[in-house]
Ligand binder design. Structure first.
Ligand code: NMX
Ligand code: MLT
Length: 434
């Protein structure tokens, strides 16, 4: 880990000096205010956390370390992991090192397979993934070192080891869960010669030798792994993970915790819900619904008190660039695919319908409206597995954020809450003042 540690060490010194100066010079400056509605409304738009790995302007979407997602889509997950961690793309030697570090840590402890295999047959794959990660907590280098005693300045070093160990193992664990859950337990072992994305595809075991679709699927999975990896710090999985990690529990606890948040239908599970919703639609109308049938189906969902999965966003006010990345891929490689076509037809219909509902702030699609149709096209049809793929990618951003939070020696997260009675008092006293 020599080159990565060296690069990080030099960056961390600069970041720490920078933040120290910011504190000294502008520590008292107000950067955000909180209204009563925001306090009750999930803290939307309240600026109160720092995240330097990526940002999500509401009119642009994901920008990783200053680079818009669109410009990252030809890159490998290893390159983007390095970018998230350090703020730079790796040079040739650094890329070799990061790939080798991930390759040599791939092996999965046998107790993980025993635990996964002994879980109830109908366990959700996200439950299996979260359990597998937290089961490995005893391997944490951070926790071991903390117990022995370590300076705060050095917390990031064993955390970096944990980050690499987790990211290296997640593809094999995820693919193993797929094989146990849907393919009768026949696990395909990791290959230490093969890169991150390609080995993940190999271990899923969807393709036979020489299958022409493998190359395309590999390309799509790389887009998948980069598109979902990070989305600033306030999304539920990152926020939950950071909150847990701020207690000095290690990355195994915090990544597992973040995944538990990702497993909710308003967050990562929306990709599963969207696939289910699309397939029900296709079944109902025998494959090719008309525009009016799509509109009726949308209103039937809303009138039943459900959300349209894959549409809307807490931050974005445009079509998610992650959706656009997949849209372009589908248009290039399988424009005639019936499920993909339905996704495209719905894109033409849904925003106009959602605009009619005043309370909805963003009528445009997010990534989850389309990602499932990519997987389905290549034969990965078990949609309850889809959020696990989101998690494999998100592990890259969550661990990078975890390392940086430790490097910056960030404190325990502990916002202040108030009771409704106190809110009433606060409002009354501010009325008197004005
Ligand atoms: N379908 C129906 N109603 C919606 C939708 C939608 N797609 N989006 C928002 N609304 C409703 C929302 O439920 C809320 O209703 P109420 O006040 O009765 O609770 C109202 O519109 C206002 O919501 P917004 O302020 O526009 O959105 P908010 O920031 O609260 O929530 C989401 C954001 C993403 C949770 C919401 O848009 C949603 O539930 N979308 C569908 C689920 C989804 O696609 N989630 C994935 C998000 C991305 N990810 O990968 O994590
Ligand atoms: C994400 O990728 O985390 C989702 O789009 C949710 C969010 O950013 O709030």
């Amino acid at each position: 880990m020599e080159l990565i540690s060296k690069k990080l060490e030099s960056r961390i010194q600069i970041w720490r000096d920078d933040v120290k100066k910011i504190h000294e010079k502008w520590g008292d400056k107000v950067i955000s205010k909180v209204t009563v509605s925001q306090a009750y409304g999930g803290m939307r738009d309240v600026i109160s956390l720092i995240c330097d790995t990526s940002r999500v302007p509401n009119d642009k979407g994901l920008i990783i370390r200053g680079i818009p997602l669109k410009e990252l889509l030809g890159r490998s997950p290893e390159e983007v992991f390095f970018l998230l961690l350090t703020g730079d793309f790796p040079d040739k030697d650094e890329l070799n090192e990061i790939k080798n570090e991930l390759k040599k840590r791939k092996e999965i402890p046998s107790y993980v397979w025993n635990i996964i295999k002994s879980m109830p047959e109908n366990s959700h794959p996200m439950t299996m993934l979260s359990t597998a990660i937290v089961a490995m907590q005893g391997e944490s280098r951070f926790s071991a070192q903390y117990e022995k005693g370590m300076k705060k300045e050095d917390y990031w070093k064993p955390t970096l080891e944990d980050a690499f160990n987790i990211v290296a193992k997640i593809p094999a664990i995820a693919a193993g869960i797929y094989r146990v859950r849907y393919k009768k337990g026949n696990i395909i072992e990791p290959d230490k010669q093969v890169d991150f994305a390609e080995d993940f595809v190999r271990m899923l075991g969807l393709f036979s030798n020489g299958d022409a679709a493998v190359g395309q699927f590999n390309e799509m999975i790389k887009i998948y792994l980069i598109s979902h990896c990070d989305h600033e710090g306030g999304n539920v999985s990152a926020f939950a993970s950071q909150t847990i990690n701020s207690t000095l529990s290690d990355l195994y606890y915090s990544i597992s915790g973040g995944f538990n948040g990702l497993a909710g239908p308003l967050h990562g599970l929306a990709n599963q819900e969207c696939a289910r919703w699309l397939l029900e639609l296709m079944k109902r109308f025998d494959g090719a619904p008309s525009k009016q049938q799509l509109i009726d189906y949308v209103w039937e969902t809303i009138n039943a008190g459900r959300v349209i999965p894959g549409y809307g966003h807490a931050v974005l006010r445009i079509t998610d660039p992650r959706f656009e990345g997949f849209l372009n891929f589908g248009k290039e490689y399988f424009p005639e695919d019936p499920l993909f076509q339905t996704v495209v037809n719905l894109f033409e219909v849904i925003p106009e319908q959602l605009k009619k509902i005043k309370k909805i702030k963003n009528p445009w699609p997010n990534v989850d409206a389309i990602s499932g149709s990519m997987l389905y096209h290549y034969g990965l049809k078990e949609f309850s597995f889809y959020t696990v793929l989101f998690a494999v990618s998100r592990s890259i951003g969550l661990t990078a954020q975890g390392v940086i939070n430790k490097a910056m020696m960030n404190p325990l997260l502990r916002p202040k809450t108030v009771t409704t009675a106190e809110i009433k008092k606060l409002v009354k006293s501010s009325k008197k003042e004005s």
